[in-house]
Each structure stands twice: as structure tokens, then as C-alpha cells.
Write a protein that binds this ligand. Sequence first.
Ligand SMILES: *Cc1c(COP(=O)(O)O)cnc(C)c1O
Length: 347
Amino acid sequence: MLHDSGSWHWEFNEKVAAIRDRILGIAGLRRTDGWEAIPLQGSGTFGVEAVFQTILPPQGKVAVMSNGAYGERIVLMLQHAKIDHVVLRTLEDTPNDPDALEVLLAKDPMITHVAAIHCETTTGILNPIAALGAMSRRFGKTYIVDAMSSFAAYPIDFEACAIDYLISSANKCIEGVPGFSFVICRRANLLATEGWARSLSLDLLGQLKEFEKNGQFRYTPPTHSVLAFEQALHELDMEGGVLGRAARYKRNHEVLLDGMKALGFRSYLPEAVQSYIITSFIFPADPKFTFQEFYRQVSEKGYLLYPGKISQADTFRIGNIGRLFESDMRSVVSAIGEAIGEMGVRI
Ligand SMILES: *Cc1c(COP(=O)(O)O)cnc(C)c1O
């Protein structure tokens, strides 16, 4: 990351071209089959918003499948962009409902696009993106999947899931540093959205055209993040690609869950719908427990917990992704055990 890249220099442009192809490789796709991976400056949210700002026709309408904060964030984006939409909500511990989508699509022909979150990181729940995609395809709708926290750690079959647009970012399961998101889509589909972009800097088609014209990001690229990403891709390869990474995260999740259960904690989600990306735990009922104090104690032992993002239950979250191994998960469990002991909390 300390190399000072010239952002228009061929040396840097070659790296950008290479990472774009390697992102497609993770997805099992190829440019020669018409697919593109388009990196975009900014965090993951910028990539998701760029899709809606770019590909929705003036009269477009989106059906949003929501069971957490990231589904609701898409709703906010659509409100800001004044794009017509309808939201199909399920409870935060309940996966999206493909049958409800079928009923909706059958009765509302104005809907042009369907949007879903693969792993809703709010809770760690896994949504049925293949069943939702099959439904979208049956009704001829464009299907958008936010796979921010799952891409590269869950195998995703674009054909089977009928995905038209998928969004992820540099710093989740690919383990790069923050700085950019990327969108995977078919070149022909994106070209067909010409003239619809509602935003200048979030115009995904504009970004693709710039890559095709001179190999560069439009506007200043996150040079250091791109260099780190190249290394992160190398480490992903060394680990055995998506399946290798999946195995480590799965193990992290199991070790964490077993350890936390042994301390008396209960996880929020039923195991059948729980991903191995992030795990939510329910607050102990003992009134001596406050999250603030618990967080402080555990952070002093070297571990930062995630507060819950859930509105329907008091929970905190522990991530299983990133440069973490079984030994880290054992250590965080023992730090939590000590903190609970020092606070005098009984579970
Ligand atoms: C992290 C995340 C986002 C947002 O990404 P930022 O990089 O925080 O902007 C969107 N969707 C999902 C599912 C996420 O996990």
C-alpha cells in the first residue's frame, strides 16, 4: 500500500484491469461471456446506490425484500432518488418470502426490478436469493442482489440465481481495506440503461465507459485500496478461493457459537437460517448487564464487539469474517467469559 501509484499511469491501469477480471473469476464468470466487474470509489453503500441511480428507467418501480437495516437502507435510497417502490417485509429472524414476491409480481405489473440482500448483516440471516431470482426471472424482472457481506465466502451461482446486478465491496469477505465497492453485471444490460442515470458521480455506466475508453476510474481512484486489494486477492487464492475461505469462516462460526453457548449465551437466529458471516447474541436477562459496560470490558481485553442493529430484540453481534481464525474465536469467547465474571452477571 505504500507504493505511490500514478493514478493514470499504465502500471496502475493494468492492476485495475487485472482486479476487474479476478473479481469475475471469484464469481465464476468471464468477460468474454459478456460480464463486467465495475469498481466504484466509496464504501459498499455507494455501489448499491449507484445501481439504483443508474439502471432505473424514469417509470421504473422496485420491489424491495427487507428483513433488516440494509434492506431498509435500499428503501431510503429509493426515497431519496424519488424512485417508485414497494417493500415486502418479514421479521428480522425470518428470511424473505418468495411466495409473497410471486403474489406481488402477479398483481403489480408496474414493478420492473426486484432487490434483495443475500446475507442481511443486521442479524446474519441468509436470504433465499435463488428462489427470489427464479421468481424475478419468471416475471421478466431485473434482479439486484446486495451480497456485500457474503460475496467470496458463499459460492454464488449467477445463472441459477438469475442475478442481473450484484454488489459487494473490497473490505468484507475479500479482506481488503476499505475504499471501493464493485458491481458485477452483464455489459449489454448496463449499456441498455443509457440516458437514465440520475446521478453524475454514481453513474455506473459512465464508470464502465471510462474504463473502456482509457482503463481508468472516472475521477481520482482509491490507489492504495486497489494495491491492498490485489494482495487480498492473492491471499484468497492461497486459501483455496471461495470454498477455502468458506471453510475457515464456518469453523469460526462453530467455535464461537459453541463457546458462547457454553457460557450460557443464546444466539438470536435459528441455526437453519443463520449464516457463518456474523452471529447475533441475545443480551443476558440479569439487570447487572449493560451493553456499554460489557463493550468497555471486552474492548479492554482487545476485542471490539458490534452493537446490535436490530430493532426487534436486544442483541450484540460478533463477526466471523476478516483475518480471524479459530484461535481468535476461542480468545474472544474467553475474554467475554472474563468480562461477564468481572461484571458479576449471571446468565
Ligand atoms: C456492510 C454492508 C453494506 C454497506 O456497506 P458500507 O461499506 O458500510 O457502506 C450494505 N449491505 C450489506 C448487506 C452490508 O453488510
